[in-house]
Structure formats: structure tokens, C-alpha cells
Design a protein around this ligand. Structure first.
Ligand SMILES: [Fe+2]
Length: 437
């Protein structure tokens, strides 16, 4: 299905109203004595009941069966997925970089759940703090299998191949260049639409956010418009599945996978209204702000979404995009400068080339620069950018992104021992010469 076959409502933090069958939503109250059409009414809370209105999120769903109807969950194998605490290894101060996660072979079917590979993370999902970084590479749709993350919300950043996220609140199609968020506790299955090759395959990145839900950053003196605009966030319309055969629901809870066999699809919501919703966003709509004189602002100017902490301005995790843009700074070293940062930075690349790295950082790959790791442009980039004529320049066809966290991001043992980790990453900077006269 192409994206124009899906239906969306636009806005961020809105109260949406949608029904797949006319008359399924009760009028005037949330929980009437008998809900319309023989449906069950159920509230899904994304925040504590008593949190302030500005952040309070909840959705009322009207479903064929209440979600309480299911047998016990049992532990299943985590495979390459892991959760907090990320304490398998001693924290390592080195700069780290990886090639892309290999795609599964055609004769090795992997759905989205089995295709997840945890790179690292921080915090504690049990106290709703911190984040994890997962990669995925999959070649099978989830057919009679569903996923729910009780630990965190999931931010999907596809790099290769589209995803159709069939969620309890309706379907979303997410193509590379777009991102999507499925809130904590919302069940979904991932369909991989067939590529032109006739073979479905998908790869990308997932940020699992254990902290406060992603929201839009404040704009301060930027004003009422710019960066990611509210109207460009799209949420699905209600849609439901009626399945009467056995399906598996996989629940990530406390860092581990649990599964239960349901006798019906958990995607049986016929109508809903509320503000706790999955959404997607096309990074092409990001209004990029940068210098029109000299120097460039800190990369926080590229923040799309932020998970705030209790300290103002200190993010549990930020999602930042380095989108196509013009570089016009006069007497300015235009690529990202050398720096050391108290925050920890994981960078990925969806398309093209990143302006601080001439080579080695490829789409699907990623780098991790933890607390105070010294980083910046490689030697080739430094030489080029120091000598170039400073005419207006368009950075085109590129999309890099960053998950930036206040806590050190601790890699998993499998990420450190992965054959696709670049052992020679430090060499990127070895060619930098003394120019002091
Ligand atoms: Fe950085």
C-alpha cells in the first residue's frame, strides 16, 4: 500500500476523534452503561491521572474485546534484544563506530521482533528513566504476531525499506526520511511492504525512550513557527482486525520478552478519541534554522523531539536531524566543530553523507561519542573546509540524525564484539597535522 492509501489527522498533542464504523463512539460520555455496537469501553493512560493538562495524555478506545481478556504471559527468548541495566561491560571512554547491521539472508526469515539488535542504552526502565538504542534488520512481516513495549515508547527511524505500523489506533506507513513514534503500551505489528524487487526487507534504528514522552522543544526567541511544526505530525484513523484464530502477543516488560497466545487480534479498536496516540513525521518538513552571518548555532537547533527530564533544558533524550540545508556562514569553519560534550551522542545516517565525515560513516551505520569523548571532523574534512571558498553551498541529499542523552550510553557486549564494529575508528583523526607557526 502506498502512503496515499492511508488516512491521517494532523497535529501534535491534539485530542483526536476517529471511528472505523459510524456510530461506534458514544456521545457525551466516555463510559456509558452500554457502549455503542456492543463494544467495550477502555481507557489507556499515557501519563498519571493527575499530571498537568499540558502533558496529560490518555485515549478512550471502543473495542471488540477488552484487552483484559488474555491468558498468562510466559518468558520467551530475548534473542539480540536487551534492556536495562546496561552493565555487562565496564564503561569504555573510546569513540565507537559501526558499519550497518547486516541484512538477513533470504533463507533466514526474521520479523521485526526477531530482527532487533540492542546496541546500548542507559537509565532504568523500571523507574522510567533513560533510553536504549536498537537496530533492526528484517525480511518478514509480523502476520499473527504483535508487539507491545511496556518499558518505553519507540521512535522508529527507517533507513532502508518502508514499515507499515498496524497499531491499536490504526495503521501508519513510514518510509525512510520519515520517523514514527508508538507510545508505551500500545500494541502493534510491523508489516514490511514489498519493495520493487518483490522481496521485502527493512533496516533502521529505534530509540526506546524510558523517560517522559517525546514532545516538541520550546522555541524561545525563534517564535511561534519553525523547526518541527505541529501540523506536520500525522496520527492514524481508527481501523480494526477481526481475527478468531490464535495469535501471539509479545510484551517487552522489565527488559525481557514475554508472550501470550490470544484467541483474537489485540488490534480490535473500532473507534477511539484521545491524545495518547502514535504519530509520524516527515523530516523533509523540518524548517531548518542556521546562521545567516557567521559561526553556527549548537546542534540543539536541529531538535525535532525531546524527552524532557525534571531539570529544565536537560533532556533524557533528544532526537535531532541534520537535514538538507544551505551553508552561508562568512569566515566560518562550516562543518561541525571539534568538541567535547557532557551529553552522550549516538549518530546514525539515513541517506547521503554527513558533513563532518568524508568517509567511513555510511547509511545504516552509526557512531557513539559518549560523555567527553573528543570528536569532530576527520582530517580530510578539516583540510577541505579550512581551504574552501566560502560561497553559499547547499548540503543536499543527506539525512543524519542523533539520539543525544544526558546519561552515558553503555554499549552491549554484542555491539562491542560485533564483526561490523570498526576497530580502527580512531584513525579518522590520526591524519590531523600541527599547523602552528
Ligand atoms: Fe558531537
Amino acid at each position: 500500500m502506498a502512503d496515499d492509501e492511508f488516512h491521517y489527522s494532523s497535529g501534535f498533542g491534539n485530542e483526536f476523534v476517529t471511528e472505523a464504523v459510524a456510530g461506534a463512539l458514544p456521545a457525551g460520555r466516555n463510559s456509558p452503561q452500554r457502549a455503542p455496537l456492543g463494544l467495550y469501553a477502555e481507557q489507556l493512560s499515557g501519563t498519571a491521572f493527575t499530571q498537568p493538562r499540558a502533558v496529560n495524555r490518555r485515549t478512550w478506545v471502543y473495542r471488540i474485546l477488552p484487552s483484559a481478556k488474555h491468558p498468562s504471559f510466559r518468558r520467551i527468548e530475548n534473542k539480540q534484544l536487551s534492556g536495562t541495566p546496561f552493565d555487562e561491560l565496564e564503561p569504555d571512554p573510546n569513540r565507537l563506530r559501526w558499519d550497518p547491521l547486516p541484512l538477513p539472508a533470504e533463507n533466514n526469515p526474521k520479523d521485526f521482533i526477531d530482527g532487533l539488535f540492542t546496541l546500548g542504552g542507559n537509565g532504568d526502565s523500571k523507574t522510567r528513566d533513560g533510553m536504549a538504542i536498537h537496530l533492526y534488520a528484517a525480511n518478514q512481516s509480523m502476520v499473527d504476531r504483535y508487539f507491545v513495549d511496556s518499558d518505553g515508547e519507540l521512535l522508529f527511524v527507517p533507513e532502508f525499506g518502508a514499515l507499515i505500523l498496524h497499531t491499536e489506533l490504526g495503521p501508519l506507513r513510514v518510509d525512510p526520511g520519515e520517523v514514527a513514534v508508538v507510545p508505551r503500551g500500545i500494541r502493534f505489528r510491523v508489516e514490511l511492504p514489498e519493495a520493487d524487487s518483490g522481496y521485502a526487507v527493512a533496516r533502521g534504528y529505534v530509540c526506546e525512550n524510558f523517560g517522559a514522552a517525546f514532545t516538541l522543544p520550546e522555541r524561545g526567541p525563534i517564535g511561534a513557527n519553525g523547526l518541527a511544526n505541529e501540523r506536520d505530525f500525522l496520527s492514524p484513523h481508527a481501523a480494526f482486525e477481526e481475527r478468531n484464530h490464535q495469535v501471539q502477543v509479545v510484551n517487552k516488560f522489565g527488559g525481557n520478552l514475554w508472550a501470550a497466545d490470544y484467541d483474537h487480534s489485540p488490534l480490535d479498536v473500532v473507534a477511539w478519541h484521545g491524545s495518547y496516540v502514535p504519530y509520524k513525521y516527515d523530516s523533509a518538513n523540518f524548517m531548518v534554522i542556521g546562521t545567516i552571518s557567521f559561526d553556527h548555532p549548537d546542534p540543539s537547533i536541529f531538535t525535532v523531539l525531546t524527552s524532557p527530564s525534571d531539570s529544565q533544558g536537560l533532556a533524557n533524550v533528544d532526537f535531532v536531524v541534520f537535514a538538507p540545508r544551505w551553508l552561508v556562514g562568512e569566515d566560518t569553519f562550516r562543518p561541525p566543530w571539534f568538541h567535547r560534550n557532557i551529553m552522550s551522542e549516538y549518530m546514525g545516517l539515513v541517506a547521503g553523507q554527513y558533513d563532518a565525515k568524508a568517509e567511513g560513516f555510511v547509511p545504516g551505520g552509526g557512531s557513539l561519542h559518549n560523555t567527553y569523548a573528543s570528536h569532530g571532523p576527520d582530517a580530510d574534512t578539516y583540510a577541505r573546509a579550512s581551504a574552501q571558498e566560502l560561497t553559499p553551498q547547499k548540503l543536499d541529499g543527506t539525512l543524519a540524525f542523533m539520539f543525544e542523552s544526558r546519561w552515558t550510553i553503555l554499549p552491549t557486549a554484542q555491539a562491542m564484539s560485533a564483526p561490523f564494529r570498526q576497530r580502527d575508528y580512531d584513525d579518522v583523526w590520526s591524519g590531523l597535522q600541527r599547523n602552528f607557526r
